[in-house]
Design a protein around this ligand. Structure first.
Ligand SMILES: CC(C)(COP(=O)(O)OP(=O)(O)OC[C@H]1O[C@@H](n2cnc3c(N)ncnc32)[C@H](O)[C@@H]1OP(=O)(O)O)[C@@H](O)C(=O)NCCC(=O)NCCS
Length: 201
């Protein structure tokens, strides 16, 4: 959360256990597990801030589109993400109606293609301010897709970055996304360690 934004999500991140180089299946499983470890931490933080709730003991299930929730009628919106070297989880604070997070390694191989796509749409011309902007763009769109709980097109062309704000001294940059469902979604992006991270505000 940026210092000038109202808090909306409890977000936690977790580093997966190391796996054998090239074993993509093991890497994915470790990432998924890390996202669940992050979720357990987020539940504890939510409980410390807002108190006990019955959904805190419910398992995670997915709807038909793959979107996660606690298997309880009072489940707050939640979001999960896992990538090489990082898992993450978010739980919406009371009264917040959506949650989306995403992360990608700063050296993700698709960054070059994202840059070229954004040059075609005009999104590259926004006042991004650092070399990680293609992944900020991507993670912001993925976080918006998760907040909407509805799949978009593969390359994210149906979402549009409508504006970016100046980054804070700590490198957090707010990005304004028009989602594939037409909603305006504000996303905070940050470069932390070896990853670009994003979470909806
Ligand atoms: C849904 C989607 C965003 C998930 O992203 P991903 O990069 O495949 O995987 P991540 O590790 O970031 O996230 C995985 C988690 O997303 C969640 N998820 C899956 N489908 C979801 C959906 N429709 N809505 C919300 N969350 C969803 C799940 O919790 C999943 O983890 P789990 O299966 O372990 O519970 C992606 O599969 C997708 O549909 N992309 C479409 C392309 C797109 O819209 N791109 C926009 C960016 S430009």
């Amino acid at each position: 959360m940026r210092a000038d934004a109202a808090p909306s999500l409890v977000v936690r991140w977790s580093v997966p256990a190391p796996t054998a180089p090239g074993d993509l299946r093991a890497r994915r499983a470790a990432g998924r597990l890390a996202s669940r470890a992050a979720l357990a931490e987020a539940i504890e933080a939510w409980r410390a801030a807002f108190g006990d709730a019955p959904w805190q003991r419910a398992p995670v299930v997915h709807d038909a589109a793959g979107a996660p929730r606690f298997d309880h009628p009072e489940s707050p919106p939640i979001a999960l993400a896992h990538t090489a070297g990082l898992g993450g989880a978010a739980i919406a604070m009371p009264g917040v109606r959506a949650a989306g997070i995403d992360a990608e390694p700063v050296d993700a191989p698709g960054a070059h293609a994202l840059r070229r796509l954004a040059e075609g749409t005009g999104e590259a011309a926004l006042a991004w301010g650092d070399a990680h902007w293609p992944l900020r763009l991507w993670c912001a769109k993925e976080a918006a897709v998760k907040a909407e709980r509805a799949p978009a097109d593969l390359l994210g062309r149906s979402l549009r970055i409508e504006g970016v704000e100046q980054a804070t001294a700590s490198g957090e940059q707010r990005v304004h996304v028009r989602s594939h469902l037409g909603n305006a979604i504000s996303v905070c992006t940050a470069v932390a360690g070896a990853h670009v991270r994003a979470w909806t505000e």
